[in-house]
Design a protein. Structure first.
Length: 99
């Protein structure tokens, strides 16, 4: 009997995924990356979801972990995040302008 089936996102198949991940990682490690002072601890995780498409399975999900005073790339484990972490904050961009 099957109770459920995992659905995996196609992040790595998206054309700009790796470039976007590196851009986000670089920005996260800048001193003014957050609009308020945040005291992160080793092993804190940050998930960034960009959902700019109609199909939720096509959204881009980026996962980072705080280690030794900086953010590093972390493999996305949907079950690990859902089972071991609580959502701390959720938000939307009010206005996004291109540079």
């Amino acid at each position: 009997m099957t109770l459920g089936e995992p659905l995996f996102h196609d992040n790595l198949l998206q054309k700009n995924y790796n470039g976007n991940q590196q851009t986000l990682l670089n920005r996260l490690n800048e001193i003014d990356a957050f609009d308020q002072l945040m005291n992160f601890k080793d092993e804190d995780q940050l998930e960034i979801v960009i959902n700019n498409r109609k199909d939720d399975m096509s959204r881009m999900i980026f996962c980072f972990k705080y280690k030794n005073g900086k953010w590093v790339e972390e493999g996305y484990d949907v079950f690990g995040l859902m089972n071991h972490y609580d959502e701390y904050m959720f938000g939307k961009f009010k206005n996004v302008t291109s540079i």
